[in-house]
Ligand binder design. Structure first.
Ligand SMILES: Nc1ncnc2c1ncn2[C@@H]1O[C@H](COP(=O)(O)OP(=O)(O)OP(=O)(O)O)[C@@H](O)[C@H]1O
Ligand SMILES: [Mg+2]
Length: 440
């Protein structure tokens, strides 16, 4: 199939000259002599390249550019104008034109500009195809990973998904425990049932029992009506107990009983409710160490850790880094409607060298922010906005203590989230409770 070019200019001689030249070079060219005709053509046909004059009567080149972007986001638009100015050129690029030609030009120049646009399109299509292939091969549900470590995790997830076994997901904050839990649910016979996530660290201790098991009307002050509880809501589906390590000891005993009896008793109720659910637990804590300290019941630990699966930290799997970074970039660029195609060498170097204490979540945040700032086509080192450490080291006390640094960082993240503690805790990789403890 010949590449298709739409040529737009008020001057009929100009368009036929350009069209004939492009046809001679093996392109299929359509010539129109007004912006309105161009818009009509864009509605009817697909083009790879749109070559349009900027200043025209009626519908001008800017409008053609906008319409081309709306109708054919893949197409490359080249603007032509006799009124050359640096500002216009910059405007053209800012509005997403691919290239810019100043009249008078040689026909060969037009041919070259069209060639460059077509080469770029081919490259982009090829990249897209490769990326789609890679993501299919290196993914399990929505989890991506090409590293040996993640391939091993996928094997284990696949193996347990279709059983009803209790799974305990372990791993640092932001390593994908929740995503893994959802993947198990989607791969199980319970996939048509609900997936009910509960963040045990985010629910105040006093409410946790009634949240989980439900309560009768009037069971305690404020219980003005009966509530089913999350265990009951997960019926026929999967209950995901996130941060199980944060469940207080007295409730651990009740949880153990519920798991043994496969039934729960709502607060203030006398009837037991039978459970039909699959339980998946997760924690970023060292549960065995908590058992050793007497903070977590050993019997409950063994109930939960029937099948433990550890999600490796991002540091342990550098092979996954650019796969994930490019995936998040493509997703963010799509959402922002920006043409961003990867990271430049400096940015790549920084990404690969960073320690990623916040793991995949941190990477996702950094890339999304970079996508917002980047002007493209490649993300640069400055777009990554990684100036935090030097900035704090320089600002204020020359040698801040760790506690001061921590307080400053927490304050800064809180500013970024506009004071939203839940969002801040997520970024910081700590529970809301811990955040409140450290920061009132
Ligand atoms: N392997 C992966 N592929 C794609 N996205 C991932 C992967 N791992 C994590 N993510 C993304 O990173 C973010 C954090 O993942 P998730 O919430 O599952 O982590 P977590 O281990 O539950 O973290 P926390 O302990 O802080 O709750 C999510 O937005 C998730 O979509
Ligand atoms: Mg989580």
């Amino acid at each position: 199939m010949k590449p298709r070019v739409l040529v737009v200019d008020n001057d009929p001689e100009m368009v036929s000259l350009l069209a004939r030249h492009l046809e001679g070079e093996g392109r299929a060219a359509t010539a129109v002599t007004s912006g309105a005709e161009a818009v009509a053509a864009l509605e009817r046909e697909e083009y790879d390249v749109v070559l349009t004059d900027l200043v025209m009567d009626g519908v001008d080149g800017w409008a053609v550019l906008r319409e081309a972007q709306r109708r054919l986001p893949r197409a490359r638009v080249i603007l032509m104008t006799a009124f050359a100015s640096l500002e216009t050129a910059i405007e053209a690029m800012r509005h997403g034109a691919w290239d810019y030609l100043t009249k008078p030009f040689k026909l060969a120049e037009v041919g070259l500009a069209v060639d460059r646009a077509l080469d770029d399109l081919r490259l982009r299509d090829e990249n897209r195809r490769l990326r789609a292939e890679v993501e299919q091969r290196f993914s399990f549900d929505r989890l991506l990973g090409r590293s040996k470590a993640m391939q091993g995790v996928f094997d284990r997830l696949r193996a347990v998904a279709d059983t009803d076994a209790t799974v305990l997901l372990l791993g640092e904050s932001g390593t994908g425990k929740e995503l893994a839990a959802r993947a198990i649910h989607h791969g199980s016979a319970r996939r048509a049932g609900p997936f009910v996530p509960v963040n045990c660290a985010a629910i105040p201790e006093t409410l946790l029992e009634s949240e989980l098991f439900g309560h009768e009307k009037g069971a305690f002050t404020g219980a003005d009506r009966r509530r089913r509880g999350l265990f009951a809501e997960a019926s026929a589906g999967t209950l995901f107990l996130d941060e199980v390590g944060d469940i207080p000891l007295p409730l651990q005993a009740k949880l153990l009983r519920a798991l043994q009896d496969k039934a729960v008793r709502p607060v203030g109720g006398s009837e037991e409710i039978r459970l039909d659910l699959r339980l998946i637990g997760a924690t970023h804590r060292d549960l065995l160490a908590l058992v050793g300290e007497g903070k977590f019941r050993e019997d409950l630990y063994y109930r939960l850790a029937v099948i433990p699966i550890r999600l490796p930290s991002l540091r342990e799997r550098p092979d996954d880094l650019m796969l994930l970074a490019n995936h998040f970039l493509a997703r963010a660029a799509g959402a922002l409607g920006k043409a961003l195609e990867g990271f430049d060498e400096d940015a790549t170097g920084w990404l690969l060298g960073h320690g990623w204490p916040g793991n995949v979540r941190e990477l996702e945040n950094v890339v999304e922010r970079a996508a917002t700032l980047a002007r493209g086509p490649r993300v640069r080192r400055v777009d990554l906005g990684t100036e935090f450490v030097p900035e704090t080291a320089l600002g204020g006390a020359l040698r801040p203590t760790l506690a001061e640094l921590e307080a400053r960082y927490i304050r800064r993240v809180l500013e970024e989230t506009g004071g939203d503690k839940t969002a801040a805790a997520k970024i910081l990789g700590i529970s809301v409770r811990t955040l409140q403890r450290r920061f009132g």
